[in-house]
Design a protein. Structure first.
Length: 72
């Protein structure tokens, strides 16, 4: 079993609610444990996001639940 769930902001622009965000932020979890993503994957996620909203910063939180027998 593999299940993905998460959230992504619409946009965080420099003028919205005095945003302190200077860069894009990605939080990735496997079975609720934090995992460091490779820079290539993070860049790919940024490219996909910017196709729809090229000028905004974003925050993505993603949890992937995998059956323990499938985790290496």
């Amino acid at each position: 079993m593999v299940r993905m769930e998460g959230y992504a902001t619409k946009s965080i622009t420099s003028g919205s609610m005095k945003s302190p965000y200077k860069k894009d932020m990605v939080y990735f979890f496997v079975n609720k444990r934090p995992v460091n993503l490779s820079k290539k994957f993070t860049m790919l996620l940024g490219q996909l996001y910017r196709q729809h909203n090229p000028s905004a910063k974003y925050v993505v939180i993603l949890n992937v639940t995998i059956s323990p027998g499938l985790v290496i």
